[in-house]
Design a protein around this ligand. Structure first.
Ligand code: NAD
Length: 248
C-alpha cells in the first residue's frame, strides 16, 4: 500500500518541521525526493541524510517559493534530469501573527507571496509536466485556522483559506488531465513554527483538542503520503484534516 517506488517528488520547505517529515516519509515509500529550502543548507543536508539513512534517495534544491521564475527553473531542471515529476507538496509557509489593527502592508504581501504565491507558482510549473504524463499529485499544506479562524492570525488564516479555494479550483481544472489536487489541514503540530508559543497558550490549545495532545510532523506526513499514492486516485479537491478533532 502507498508504494511510491519510481516516482519523483518535490517538497517545498523540506529542511525542517513538517516538510522534513514529509520528505522522509515519501522517501520511505520509495519516492526520489527533491527537498527545497530557502537558505539553511545545513538543515536541508541533514534532512537528506535522514532520507538516505532510511534507504531512500533525493537531493536538496535551494530557491524561494515566492519567485515564479526560480520555482519554474527548479522544476524544469528536476524534470530534465529525472524525467518526471509525480508529486508536488507545497509545504513552505510563514506566519506573521498580528492583531488586525497592527497589520502592516508588507506582512500581508510577504505572507501571501510565500503561502499562496508559493503554492500557485509551484502548481503552475508542475502542472505542465504532470499534464503531459496525464498523472500527478499536488498537495497543499493549509491549516486548521483556515476553517476555524484564530485571533491574531488574520493574515495567516486568510492565506491558508486561500489555499482551499486554490485546491478546489485546480482539482476541477485538471481532473480530466489525471492530476489530483488536495489539501492537508494540520491542527497544532510540534515544530519550530509553534515552539515559541507561550506555555499557557499551548495548554489552552491542548484543552481545546479532543485528542488532548499536540500532533507530530509524522502524523501530518502520513496524510500526505496517502494523498500522494496511487490508492488516493479517486480523491481530489478534498481537505484532509489532521487536527486531533480540534475542528470537525
Ligand atoms: P516551519 O516554520 O518549521 O517550516 C516551514 C519551512 O518553510 C521552513 O523550512 C522555511 O525555511 C520554509 N520556507 C519559508 N518561506 C520559504 C520560501 N519563501 N521559500 C522556500 N522555503 C520557505 O513550519 P512547520 O510547522 O513545519 O509548517 C509547515 C507547513 O505547515 C506550513 O505551511 C505551515 O503553515 C503549515 N502548518 C503548520 C502547523 C503547525 O502547527 N506547525 C499547523 C498548520 C499548518
Amino acid at each position: 500500500m502507498f508504494e511510491l517506488t519510481g516516482k519523483v517528488a518535490l517538497v517545498t520547505g523540506g529542511s525542517r518541521g513538517i516538510g522534513r517529515a514529509i520528505a522522509v516519509a515519501l522517501a520511505k515509500q520509495g519516492a526520489y525526493v527533491a527537498i527545497n529550502y530557502a537558505g539553511n543548507e545545513a538543515a536541508a543536508s541533514e534532512a537528506l541524510a535522514i532520507v538516505r539513512e532510511g534507504g531512500g534517495d533525493g537531493e536538496i534544491v535551494r530557491f524561494d517559493v515566492a519567485s515564479q521564475t526560480s520555482f519554474e527553473e527548479a522544476i524544469d531542471d528536476l524534470v530534465k534530469r529525472k524525467g518526471r515529476l509525480d508529486v508536488l507538496v507545497s509545504n513552505a509557509g510563514i506566519a506573521m501573527d498580528q492583531l488586525l489593527l497592527r497589520i502592516k502592508p508588507e506582512e500581508l504581501e510577504k505572507t501571501f507571496a510565500t503561502n499562496v504565491g508559493g503554492a500557485l507558482w509551484g502548481a503552475k510549473a508542475a502542472m505542465r509536466h504532470m499534464m503531459r504524463k496525464r498523472t500527478g499529485r499536488i498537495v497543499f499544506l493549509s491549516s486548521v485556522v483556515a476553517e476555524s479562524g484564530n485571533p491574531g492570525q488574520a493574515v495567516y488564516s486568510a492565506s491558508k483559506a486561500a489555499l482551499l479555494g486554490l485546491t478546489k479550483t485546480l482539482a476541477r481544472e485538471y481532473a480530466s488531465r489525471g492530476v489530483t489536487v488536495n489539501a492537508v489541514a494540520p491542527g497544532f503540530i510540534a515544530t519550530d513554527m509553534t515552539a515559541g508559543l507561550p506555555e499557557d497558550v499551548k495548554k489552552k490549545i491542548v484543552e481545546q483538542t479532543p485528542l488532548a495532545r499536540i500532533g507530530s510532523p509524522e502524523e501530518v506526513a502520513a496524510a500526505v503520503v496517502y494523498l500522494a499514492s496511487d490508492e488516493a486516485g479517486y480523491v481530489t479537491g478534498q481537505v484532509l484534516r489532521v487536527n486531533g478533532g480540534m475542528y470537525v
